[in-house]
Design a binder for this molecule. Structure first.
Ligand SMILES: *[C@@H]1O[C@H](CO)[C@@H](O)[C@H](O)[C@H]1NC(C)=O
Ligand SMILES: *[C@@H]1O[C@H](CO)[C@@H](O)[C@H](O)[C@H]1NC(C)=O
Ligand SMILES: *[C@@H]1O[C@H](CO)[C@@H](O)[C@H](O)[C@H]1NC(C)=O
Ligand SMILES: [Zn+2]
Length: 493
Protein backbone atom coordinates (compact mmCIF):
# COMPACT_ATOMS: atom_id res chain seq x y z
CA UNK A 1 0.00 0.00 0.00
CA UNK A 2 1.22 3.53 -0.73
CA UNK A 3 2.07 5.49 2.36
CA UNK A 4 -0.40 8.19 1.35
CA UNK A 5 -3.14 5.59 1.16
CA UNK A 6 -2.27 4.54 4.68
CA UNK A 7 -2.33 8.11 5.99
CA UNK A 8 -5.62 8.66 4.19
CA UNK A 9 -7.10 5.66 5.95
CA UNK A 10 -5.88 6.82 9.32
CA UNK A 11 -7.34 10.23 8.58
CA UNK A 12 -10.65 8.69 7.62
CA UNK A 13 -10.86 6.67 10.83
CA UNK A 14 -10.01 9.81 12.80
CA UNK A 15 -12.67 11.70 10.93
CA UNK A 16 -15.30 9.11 11.85
CA UNK A 17 -14.23 9.36 15.44
CA UNK A 18 -14.52 13.15 15.40
CA UNK A 19 -17.93 13.05 13.80
CA UNK A 20 -19.07 10.74 16.56
CA UNK A 21 -17.54 12.69 19.41
CA UNK A 22 -18.24 16.25 18.33
CA UNK A 23 -21.38 15.97 16.19
CA UNK A 24 -22.30 19.36 14.75
CA UNK A 25 -19.46 21.52 13.53
CA UNK A 26 -16.40 19.82 12.05
CA UNK A 27 -13.35 20.18 14.24
CA UNK A 28 -11.16 22.99 12.88
CA UNK A 29 -7.94 21.14 13.74
CA UNK A 30 -9.22 18.10 11.94
CA UNK A 31 -10.15 20.24 8.94
CA UNK A 32 -6.73 21.79 8.92
CA UNK A 33 -5.05 18.40 9.03
CA UNK A 34 -7.12 17.03 6.15
CA UNK A 35 -6.34 20.05 4.03
CA UNK A 36 -2.65 19.71 4.67
CA UNK A 37 -2.83 16.03 3.89
CA UNK A 38 -4.52 16.67 0.61
CA UNK A 39 -1.96 19.26 -0.43
CA UNK A 40 0.82 16.85 0.48
CA UNK A 41 -0.30 14.58 -2.34
CA UNK A 42 0.25 17.16 -5.08
CA UNK A 43 3.37 17.52 -7.19
CA UNK A 44 5.98 18.87 -4.80
CA UNK A 45 3.67 18.42 -1.84
CA UNK A 46 6.30 16.58 0.14
CA UNK A 47 9.18 18.85 -0.71
CA UNK A 48 10.55 20.46 2.45
CA UNK A 49 11.50 24.07 1.86
CA UNK A 50 14.37 25.83 3.62
CA UNK A 51 13.73 29.12 5.40
CA UNK A 52 15.05 31.03 2.39
CA UNK A 53 12.88 29.01 0.04
CA UNK A 54 9.86 29.63 2.23
CA UNK A 55 10.40 33.36 1.87
CA UNK A 56 10.53 33.11 -1.91
CA UNK A 57 7.48 30.86 -1.80
CA UNK A 58 5.49 33.41 0.18
CA UNK A 59 6.53 36.13 -2.23
CA UNK A 60 5.51 34.03 -5.24
CA UNK A 61 2.18 33.31 -3.60
CA UNK A 62 1.44 37.01 -3.19
CA UNK A 63 2.45 37.73 -6.78
CA UNK A 64 0.24 34.95 -8.02
CA UNK A 65 -2.73 36.24 -6.05
CA UNK A 66 -2.27 39.63 -7.66
CA UNK A 67 -2.20 38.10 -11.12
CA UNK A 68 -5.30 36.10 -10.44
CA UNK A 69 -7.25 39.19 -9.46
CA UNK A 70 -6.15 41.25 -12.48
CA UNK A 71 -8.69 42.08 -15.19
CA UNK A 72 -7.19 39.59 -17.61
CA UNK A 73 -5.81 36.31 -16.32
CA UNK A 74 -3.18 35.13 -18.84
CA UNK A 75 -3.79 31.35 -18.60
CA UNK A 76 -7.46 31.92 -19.36
CA UNK A 77 -6.85 33.66 -22.70
CA UNK A 78 -5.26 32.42 -25.90
CA UNK A 79 -1.49 32.46 -25.64
CA UNK A 80 -1.10 34.77 -28.65
CA UNK A 81 -3.02 37.40 -26.71
CA UNK A 82 -1.61 36.43 -23.33
CA UNK A 83 2.04 36.58 -24.37
CA UNK A 84 2.57 40.32 -23.72
CA UNK A 85 0.76 39.99 -20.38
CA UNK A 86 2.99 37.09 -19.39
CA UNK A 87 6.09 38.99 -20.46
CA UNK A 88 5.27 41.76 -18.03
CA UNK A 89 4.47 39.36 -15.19
CA UNK A 90 6.88 39.35 -12.21
CA UNK A 91 6.13 35.63 -11.71
CA UNK A 92 7.34 35.04 -15.25
CA UNK A 93 10.55 36.96 -14.74
CA UNK A 94 11.30 34.81 -11.68
CA UNK A 95 10.56 31.69 -13.71
CA UNK A 96 12.97 32.86 -16.41
CA UNK A 97 15.73 33.00 -13.81
CA UNK A 98 14.81 29.69 -12.23
CA UNK A 99 16.91 26.68 -13.24
CA UNK A 100 14.32 24.48 -14.92
CA UNK A 101 16.33 21.34 -15.60
CA UNK A 102 15.71 19.68 -18.96
CA UNK A 103 13.33 20.11 -21.88
CA UNK A 104 12.13 16.60 -22.64
CA UNK A 105 9.55 17.22 -25.37
CA UNK A 106 10.63 19.49 -28.21
CA UNK A 107 10.53 18.76 -31.94
CA UNK A 108 13.49 19.31 -34.20
CA UNK A 109 11.71 21.47 -36.82
CA UNK A 110 10.54 24.00 -34.28
CA UNK A 111 13.49 24.15 -31.93
CA UNK A 112 14.85 27.57 -32.92
CA UNK A 113 12.99 30.86 -32.97
CA UNK A 114 11.72 31.92 -36.35
CA UNK A 115 13.23 35.40 -35.98
CA UNK A 116 16.66 33.79 -36.18
CA UNK A 117 15.70 31.73 -39.23
CA UNK A 118 14.53 34.83 -41.07
CA UNK A 119 17.07 37.40 -39.86
CA UNK A 120 20.05 35.11 -39.98
CA UNK A 121 19.52 32.11 -42.25
CA UNK A 122 17.55 33.73 -45.09
CA UNK A 123 20.20 36.48 -45.25
CA UNK A 124 22.94 34.01 -46.09
CA UNK A 125 24.17 33.95 -49.69
CA UNK A 126 22.64 31.62 -52.31
CA UNK A 127 19.24 31.53 -50.63
CA UNK A 128 16.36 31.27 -53.12
CA UNK A 129 12.68 31.73 -52.39
CA UNK A 130 9.58 30.65 -54.25
CA UNK A 131 6.00 31.81 -53.69
CA UNK A 132 3.53 28.98 -54.01
CA UNK A 133 -0.05 29.04 -55.30
CA UNK A 134 -1.42 28.58 -51.77
CA UNK A 135 0.13 31.78 -50.38
CA UNK A 136 3.06 30.00 -48.83
CA UNK A 137 6.81 30.01 -49.45
CA UNK A 138 9.65 27.55 -50.07
CA UNK A 139 13.38 28.12 -49.60
CA UNK A 140 16.35 26.50 -51.28
CA UNK A 141 20.09 27.12 -51.10
CA UNK A 142 21.71 26.56 -54.45
CA UNK A 143 24.90 27.54 -56.26
CA UNK A 144 22.92 28.10 -59.47
CA UNK A 145 19.36 28.98 -60.51
CA UNK A 146 17.25 26.05 -59.20
CA UNK A 147 15.12 24.02 -61.61
CA UNK A 148 11.35 24.38 -61.39
CA UNK A 149 9.70 21.82 -59.08
CA UNK A 150 6.15 20.54 -58.92
CA UNK A 151 5.34 22.89 -56.07
CA UNK A 152 7.59 25.74 -57.17
CA UNK A 153 7.82 27.08 -60.66
CA UNK A 154 9.94 30.19 -60.23
CA UNK A 155 12.80 30.61 -57.77
CA UNK A 156 14.14 34.09 -56.96
CA UNK A 157 17.43 34.87 -55.29
CA UNK A 158 16.52 36.54 -51.98
CA UNK A 159 19.54 38.82 -52.09
CA UNK A 160 18.37 40.30 -55.40
CA UNK A 161 14.76 40.49 -54.30
CA UNK A 162 15.65 42.30 -51.08
CA UNK A 163 17.96 44.70 -52.91
CA UNK A 164 15.00 45.82 -55.02
CA UNK A 165 12.86 46.40 -51.94
CA UNK A 166 14.85 48.86 -49.92
CA UNK A 167 13.08 48.44 -46.60
CA UNK A 168 12.61 44.73 -45.97
CA UNK A 169 10.82 44.91 -42.63
CA UNK A 170 7.34 44.09 -43.92
CA UNK A 171 8.67 41.39 -46.18
CA UNK A 172 10.68 39.78 -43.37
CA UNK A 173 7.63 39.92 -41.14
CA UNK A 174 5.60 38.14 -43.80
CA UNK A 175 8.23 35.40 -43.87
CA UNK A 176 7.98 35.12 -40.11
CA UNK A 177 4.22 34.77 -40.54
CA UNK A 178 4.79 31.89 -42.92
CA UNK A 179 6.91 30.05 -40.37
CA UNK A 180 4.76 30.34 -37.24
CA UNK A 181 1.17 29.94 -36.15
CA UNK A 182 1.24 33.37 -34.56
CA UNK A 183 -1.61 35.70 -35.53
CA UNK A 184 -3.35 38.62 -33.85
CA UNK A 185 -6.73 36.98 -34.00
CA UNK A 186 -6.30 33.23 -33.49
CA UNK A 187 -9.99 32.55 -32.94
CA UNK A 188 -10.91 33.78 -36.41
CA UNK A 189 -7.82 32.45 -38.14
CA UNK A 190 -8.14 28.97 -36.66
CA UNK A 191 -11.79 28.06 -36.22
CA UNK A 192 -11.09 24.31 -35.92
CA UNK A 193 -8.41 21.78 -35.01
CA UNK A 194 -8.15 20.75 -38.67
CA UNK A 195 -7.43 24.28 -39.85
CA UNK A 196 -4.80 24.97 -37.22
CA UNK A 197 -3.07 21.65 -37.99
CA UNK A 198 -3.10 22.47 -41.68
CA UNK A 199 -1.26 25.72 -41.02
CA UNK A 200 1.06 23.84 -38.66
CA UNK A 201 2.09 21.45 -41.41
CA UNK A 202 2.48 24.26 -43.94
CA UNK A 203 4.88 26.07 -41.63
CA UNK A 204 6.98 22.91 -41.28
CA UNK A 205 7.21 22.53 -45.04
CA UNK A 206 8.23 26.17 -45.46
CA UNK A 207 11.00 25.86 -42.89
CA UNK A 208 12.33 22.59 -44.30
CA UNK A 209 14.41 24.14 -47.11
CA UNK A 210 16.22 26.29 -44.56
CA UNK A 211 17.01 23.79 -41.84
CA UNK A 212 17.86 20.85 -44.08
CA UNK A 213 20.67 22.83 -45.68
CA UNK A 214 23.76 21.08 -44.34
CA UNK A 215 25.80 24.19 -43.33
CA UNK A 216 22.74 25.64 -41.57
CA UNK A 217 21.98 22.53 -39.54
CA UNK A 218 24.96 22.72 -37.22
CA UNK A 219 24.33 26.41 -36.45
CA UNK A 220 20.67 25.55 -35.99
CA UNK A 221 21.34 22.95 -33.30
CA UNK A 222 23.85 25.22 -31.58
CA UNK A 223 21.43 28.13 -31.63
CA UNK A 224 18.66 25.91 -30.26
CA UNK A 225 20.81 24.94 -27.28
CA UNK A 226 21.72 28.60 -26.80
CA UNK A 227 18.07 29.65 -26.61
CA UNK A 228 17.41 26.96 -24.00
CA UNK A 229 20.51 27.87 -22.03
CA UNK A 230 19.50 31.54 -22.00
CA UNK A 231 16.24 30.46 -20.39
CA UNK A 232 18.12 28.50 -17.70
CA UNK A 233 17.43 25.10 -19.19
CA UNK A 234 20.41 22.73 -18.96
CA UNK A 235 19.47 19.65 -20.96
CA UNK A 236 17.47 18.69 -24.04
CA UNK A 237 15.82 15.57 -25.44
CA UNK A 238 14.95 16.45 -29.01
CA UNK A 239 12.48 14.47 -31.07
CA UNK A 240 13.85 14.31 -34.56
CA UNK A 241 13.13 12.49 -37.78
CA UNK A 242 16.76 13.16 -38.76
CA UNK A 243 16.02 14.49 -42.23
CA UNK A 244 18.53 14.13 -44.97
CA UNK A 245 20.40 17.36 -45.68
CA UNK A 246 21.71 18.98 -48.88
CA UNK A 247 24.74 20.99 -49.93
CA UNK A 248 24.85 23.99 -52.29
CA UNK A 249 25.76 21.76 -55.23
CA UNK A 250 22.88 19.39 -54.49
CA UNK A 251 24.88 16.68 -52.71
CA UNK A 252 22.70 14.82 -50.22
CA UNK A 253 23.78 13.61 -46.77
CA UNK A 254 22.02 10.76 -45.01
CA UNK A 255 20.39 10.64 -41.56
CA UNK A 256 23.58 9.52 -39.87
CA UNK A 257 25.17 12.77 -41.01
CA UNK A 258 22.44 14.70 -39.18
CA UNK A 259 22.94 12.58 -36.08
CA UNK A 260 26.70 13.23 -36.13
CA UNK A 261 26.10 16.93 -36.68
CA UNK A 262 23.84 17.00 -33.64
CA UNK A 263 26.50 15.20 -31.63
CA UNK A 264 29.19 17.67 -32.72
CA UNK A 265 27.05 20.74 -32.12
CA UNK A 266 26.19 19.47 -28.64
CA UNK A 267 29.82 18.70 -27.84
CA UNK A 268 30.83 22.16 -28.99
CA UNK A 269 28.08 23.79 -26.99
CA UNK A 270 28.97 21.94 -23.80
CA UNK A 271 32.63 22.85 -24.28
CA UNK A 272 31.62 26.52 -24.57
CA UNK A 273 29.06 26.28 -21.71
CA UNK A 274 30.28 23.85 -19.05
CA UNK A 275 27.11 24.41 -17.00
CA UNK A 276 25.06 22.73 -19.77
CA UNK A 277 24.55 19.01 -19.25
CA UNK A 278 23.98 17.86 -22.83
CA UNK A 279 21.39 16.80 -25.37
CA UNK A 280 20.03 13.56 -26.80
CA UNK A 281 17.73 12.56 -29.63
CA UNK A 282 14.51 10.60 -29.65
CA UNK A 283 14.22 9.23 -33.16
CA UNK A 284 10.87 9.78 -34.83
CA UNK A 285 10.97 8.06 -38.17
CA UNK A 286 7.67 6.48 -38.96
CA UNK A 287 7.78 2.73 -38.33
CA UNK A 288 11.57 2.69 -38.79
CA UNK A 289 12.11 0.65 -35.65
CA UNK A 290 14.88 -1.43 -37.19
CA UNK A 291 16.78 1.67 -38.22
CA UNK A 292 16.35 3.15 -34.76
CA UNK A 293 17.70 0.00 -33.11
CA UNK A 294 20.80 0.24 -35.28
CA UNK A 295 21.31 3.95 -34.56
CA UNK A 296 20.92 3.42 -30.86
CA UNK A 297 23.52 0.69 -31.01
CA UNK A 298 25.95 2.91 -32.97
CA UNK A 299 25.29 6.14 -31.03
CA UNK A 300 24.29 5.09 -27.52
CA UNK A 301 25.28 8.46 -26.03
CA UNK A 302 23.12 10.47 -28.40
CA UNK A 303 20.12 8.30 -29.18
CA UNK A 304 17.67 8.11 -26.30
CA UNK A 305 15.01 6.02 -28.00
CA UNK A 306 12.09 6.08 -30.37
CA UNK A 307 8.70 7.73 -30.87
CA UNK A 308 6.05 7.83 -33.58
CA UNK A 309 4.96 11.37 -34.36
CA UNK A 310 2.55 13.29 -36.49
CA UNK A 311 -0.92 14.42 -35.70
CA UNK A 312 -2.27 11.46 -33.77
CA UNK A 313 -5.84 12.31 -34.67
CA UNK A 314 -5.25 11.70 -38.35
CA UNK A 315 -2.36 9.26 -38.23
CA UNK A 316 -2.10 5.57 -37.51
CA UNK A 317 -2.42 4.19 -34.02
CA UNK A 318 0.29 2.49 -32.00
CA UNK A 319 -1.66 -0.74 -32.23
CA UNK A 320 -1.54 -0.48 -36.03
CA UNK A 321 2.28 -0.64 -35.76
CA UNK A 322 2.24 -3.40 -33.15
CA UNK A 323 4.42 -5.78 -35.14
CA UNK A 324 7.15 -3.23 -35.78
CA UNK A 325 6.97 -2.02 -32.18
CA UNK A 326 7.38 -5.56 -30.86
CA UNK A 327 10.58 -6.00 -32.81
CA UNK A 328 13.04 -4.91 -30.09
CA UNK A 329 11.49 -7.28 -27.54
CA UNK A 330 11.43 -10.09 -30.13
CA UNK A 331 15.09 -9.48 -30.96
CA UNK A 332 16.00 -9.23 -27.30
CA UNK A 333 17.33 -5.66 -27.61
CA UNK A 334 16.27 -2.53 -25.75
CA UNK A 335 14.90 0.47 -27.58
CA UNK A 336 13.25 2.82 -25.10
CA UNK A 337 9.97 4.29 -26.32
CA UNK A 338 8.75 7.83 -25.76
CA UNK A 339 5.33 7.77 -27.33
CA UNK A 340 3.02 10.65 -28.01
CA UNK A 341 -0.28 9.30 -26.75
CA UNK A 342 -3.70 10.64 -25.97
CA UNK A 343 -3.18 14.07 -27.53
CA UNK A 344 -6.91 14.36 -28.02
CA UNK A 345 -10.08 15.69 -26.45
CA UNK A 346 -12.26 12.97 -27.97
CA UNK A 347 -12.92 10.03 -25.73
CA UNK A 348 -13.14 6.49 -26.99
CA UNK A 349 -11.36 7.16 -30.29
CA UNK A 350 -8.32 5.22 -31.49
CA UNK A 351 -6.06 8.04 -30.38
CA UNK A 352 -7.64 7.95 -26.97
CA UNK A 353 -6.82 4.22 -26.76
CA UNK A 354 -3.19 4.91 -27.63
CA UNK A 355 -2.57 5.70 -23.98
CA UNK A 356 -3.06 2.16 -22.80
CA UNK A 357 -1.13 0.78 -25.78
CA UNK A 358 1.79 3.09 -25.06
CA UNK A 359 1.95 1.62 -21.56
CA UNK A 360 1.63 -1.94 -22.87
CA UNK A 361 4.62 -1.26 -25.09
CA UNK A 362 6.53 -0.14 -21.98
CA UNK A 363 6.84 3.50 -22.93
CA UNK A 364 9.38 5.38 -20.80
CA UNK A 365 7.31 8.58 -20.80
CA UNK A 366 4.01 9.66 -22.37
CA UNK A 367 4.02 12.66 -24.72
CA UNK A 368 1.06 14.88 -23.79
CA UNK A 369 -1.14 12.21 -22.23
CA UNK A 370 -3.87 14.81 -22.42
CA UNK A 371 -6.48 12.05 -22.17
CA UNK A 372 -4.83 10.22 -19.27
CA UNK A 373 -6.98 11.76 -16.55
CA UNK A 374 -9.99 9.99 -18.11
CA UNK A 375 -8.36 6.56 -18.05
CA UNK A 376 -8.33 5.32 -14.49
CA UNK A 377 -6.59 2.05 -15.29
CA UNK A 378 -3.94 3.60 -17.51
CA UNK A 379 -3.38 6.23 -14.86
CA UNK A 380 -2.86 3.60 -12.18
CA UNK A 381 -0.51 1.73 -14.46
CA UNK A 382 1.57 4.75 -15.40
CA UNK A 383 1.88 5.68 -11.76
CA UNK A 384 2.90 2.16 -10.79
CA UNK A 385 5.45 1.98 -13.61
CA UNK A 386 6.64 5.49 -12.80
CA UNK A 387 5.97 6.77 -16.32
CA UNK A 388 6.05 10.55 -16.47
CA UNK A 389 3.63 12.56 -18.57
CA UNK A 390 5.14 15.34 -20.69
CA UNK A 391 2.69 18.21 -20.28
CA UNK A 392 2.87 20.94 -22.95
CA UNK A 393 0.20 23.47 -21.94
CA UNK A 394 0.69 26.10 -24.65
CA UNK A 395 0.74 23.49 -27.39
CA UNK A 396 -2.55 22.04 -26.16
CA UNK A 397 -4.10 25.49 -26.12
CA UNK A 398 -2.85 26.67 -29.51
CA UNK A 399 -3.79 23.35 -31.12
CA UNK A 400 -7.26 23.80 -29.70
CA UNK A 401 -7.64 21.04 -27.15
CA UNK A 402 -8.42 23.58 -24.45
CA UNK A 403 -8.84 27.33 -24.13
CA UNK A 404 -8.79 28.12 -20.43
CA UNK A 405 -5.73 26.40 -18.99
CA UNK A 406 -7.23 26.34 -15.51
CA UNK A 407 -9.33 23.46 -16.85
CA UNK A 408 -6.40 21.50 -18.26
CA UNK A 409 -6.66 17.82 -17.27
CA UNK A 410 -3.08 17.91 -15.97
CA UNK A 411 -4.56 19.78 -12.99
CA UNK A 412 -5.90 16.42 -11.86
CA UNK A 413 -2.54 14.72 -12.37
CA UNK A 414 -0.75 17.52 -10.58
CA UNK A 415 -3.03 17.41 -7.57
CA UNK A 416 -2.43 13.67 -7.27
CA UNK A 417 1.31 13.98 -7.68
CA UNK A 418 1.39 11.87 -10.84
CA UNK A 419 4.89 11.95 -12.38
CA UNK A 420 4.98 15.03 -14.65
CA UNK A 421 7.39 17.13 -16.61
CA UNK A 422 6.70 20.41 -18.38
CA UNK A 423 7.78 21.05 -21.96
CA UNK A 424 7.17 23.28 -24.94
CA UNK A 425 6.58 20.88 -27.88
CA UNK A 426 6.99 23.30 -30.83
CA UNK A 427 8.31 26.54 -29.35
CA UNK A 428 9.10 28.36 -32.60
CA UNK A 429 5.63 27.73 -34.02
CA UNK A 430 3.93 29.03 -30.90
CA UNK A 431 6.28 31.98 -30.46
CA UNK A 432 7.94 30.83 -27.24
CA UNK A 433 11.58 30.20 -26.39
CA UNK A 434 12.81 27.94 -23.63
CA UNK A 435 10.45 26.54 -21.03
CA UNK A 436 9.46 29.57 -18.97
CA UNK A 437 6.21 30.29 -20.80
CA UNK A 438 5.00 26.74 -20.32
CA UNK A 439 6.20 26.73 -16.71
CA UNK A 440 4.22 29.90 -16.19
CA UNK A 441 1.04 28.29 -17.53
CA UNK A 442 1.58 25.15 -15.48
CA UNK A 443 2.42 27.04 -12.30
CA UNK A 444 -0.14 29.83 -12.46
CA UNK A 445 -2.92 28.35 -14.61
CA UNK A 446 -2.93 24.58 -14.14
CA UNK A 447 -1.59 24.57 -10.59
CA UNK A 448 -3.48 27.64 -9.39
CA UNK A 449 -2.84 28.98 -5.90
CA UNK A 450 -2.05 25.51 -4.63
CA UNK A 451 1.08 25.09 -6.72
CA UNK A 452 4.05 26.43 -4.79
CA UNK A 453 7.82 26.58 -4.88
CA UNK A 454 7.93 22.90 -3.92
CA UNK A 455 5.92 22.17 -7.08
CA UNK A 456 8.39 24.09 -9.22
CA UNK A 457 11.29 22.37 -7.55
CA UNK A 458 9.85 18.93 -8.11
CA UNK A 459 8.97 19.68 -11.74
CA UNK A 460 12.53 20.77 -12.41
CA UNK A 461 14.00 17.75 -10.62
CA UNK A 462 11.57 15.48 -12.50
CA UNK A 463 13.01 16.65 -15.79
CA UNK A 464 16.33 15.07 -14.83
CA UNK A 465 14.86 12.13 -12.93
CA UNK A 466 12.60 11.11 -15.84
CA UNK A 467 15.15 11.85 -18.54
CA UNK A 468 16.70 9.07 -20.60
CA UNK A 469 20.12 9.66 -19.05
CA UNK A 470 21.97 6.74 -17.46
CA UNK A 471 21.95 6.81 -13.63
CA UNK A 472 25.43 8.30 -13.17
CA UNK A 473 24.63 11.22 -15.51
CA UNK A 474 21.34 11.78 -13.73
CA UNK A 475 23.34 12.16 -10.55
CA UNK A 476 25.72 14.61 -12.20
CA UNK A 477 22.76 16.48 -13.62
CA UNK A 478 20.95 16.68 -10.30
CA UNK A 479 24.07 17.96 -8.56
CA UNK A 480 24.57 20.61 -11.28
CA UNK A 481 20.94 21.58 -11.00
CA UNK A 482 21.13 21.85 -7.20
CA UNK A 483 24.06 24.27 -7.48
CA UNK A 484 22.12 26.45 -9.88
CA UNK A 485 19.08 26.26 -7.63
CA UNK A 486 21.07 27.36 -4.57
CA UNK A 487 22.37 30.35 -6.50
CA UNK A 488 18.85 31.16 -7.67
CA UNK A 489 17.56 31.12 -4.08
CA UNK A 490 20.42 33.15 -2.65
CA UNK A 491 20.15 35.71 -5.48
CA UNK A 492 16.56 36.29 -4.51
CA UNK A 493 17.43 37.18 -0.94
C1 LIG B 1 24.24 34.02 -38.17
O1 LIG B 1 24.58 33.10 -37.15
C2 LIG B 1 25.92 32.69 -37.18
C3 LIG B 1 26.15 31.68 -36.08
O2 LIG B 1 25.08 30.87 -35.87
C4 LIG B 1 26.83 33.88 -36.97
O3 LIG B 1 28.18 33.46 -37.05
C5 LIG B 1 26.54 34.92 -38.04
O4 LIG B 1 27.30 36.07 -37.77
C6 LIG B 1 25.07 35.27 -38.06
N1 LIG B 1 24.82 36.13 -39.19
C7 LIG B 1 23.98 37.17 -39.16
C8 LIG B 1 23.78 37.92 -40.43
O5 LIG B 1 23.38 37.48 -38.16
C1 LIG C 1 4.16 34.26 -46.85
O1 LIG C 1 5.08 35.18 -47.37
C2 LIG C 1 4.69 35.73 -48.60
C3 LIG C 1 5.84 36.56 -49.11
O2 LIG C 1 6.00 37.75 -48.46
C4 LIG C 1 3.43 36.54 -48.42
O3 LIG C 1 2.99 37.07 -49.66
C5 LIG C 1 2.35 35.64 -47.86
O4 LIG C 1 1.20 36.39 -47.55
C6 LIG C 1 2.83 34.95 -46.59
N1 LIG C 1 1.86 33.95 -46.21
C7 LIG C 1 1.38 33.85 -44.98
C8 LIG C 1 0.40 32.76 -44.77
O5 LIG C 1 1.71 34.57 -44.07
C1 LIG D 1 7.19 -4.86 -21.46
O1 LIG D 1 7.75 -5.19 -20.21
C2 LIG D 1 7.32 -6.44 -19.73
C3 LIG D 1 7.81 -6.60 -18.32
O2 LIG D 1 9.16 -6.22 -18.20
C4 LIG D 1 7.82 -7.52 -20.68
O3 LIG D 1 7.40 -8.80 -20.24
C5 LIG D 1 7.28 -7.27 -22.07
O4 LIG D 1 7.83 -8.17 -23.00
C6 LIG D 1 7.59 -5.86 -22.53
N1 LIG D 1 6.87 -5.58 -23.76
C7 LIG D 1 7.43 -5.02 -24.83
C8 LIG D 1 6.57 -4.86 -26.02
O5 LIG D 1 8.58 -4.64 -24.83
ZN1 LIG E 1 4.98 16.67 -29.69
Amino acid sequence: MHSWALTAMVAYVLLLWFVEVCMGMPDPRQRDMLMRQEVSRQTGGRVILTAAEQRLDAYLHRLKQQEMSAAQFPPAVHFFKAKPLIQSSPVFSLLRKMPKGGALHIHHSSLVSVEWLVKNVTYRPHCYICFTWDNSVRFLFSSRQPFPRWDCFYWQLLETLRAKMGDCTDFDNSLIQNLTLFTEDPDTAYPSQDIVWEKFEKAFISAAGLITHAPVLKDYFYRGLEELHQDNVMYLELRSGLSRTYELDGTIHDKIWSLKTFQEATKQFVADHPDFLGARIIITVKAAVKEAIQMQRDFPDVVAGFDLVGREDSGRTLWYFREALSLPADLGVTLPYFFHAGETDEEGTDVDQNILDALLFNTTRIGHGYALAHHPLAKELSRKKNVAVEVCPISNQVLKLILDLRNHPAAVLMSEGHPLVISSDDPSLFGTTGLSYDFYQAFVGIGGLKANLGTLKELAINSIRYSSLPPHLKETGLAMWQNKWDVFISDFL
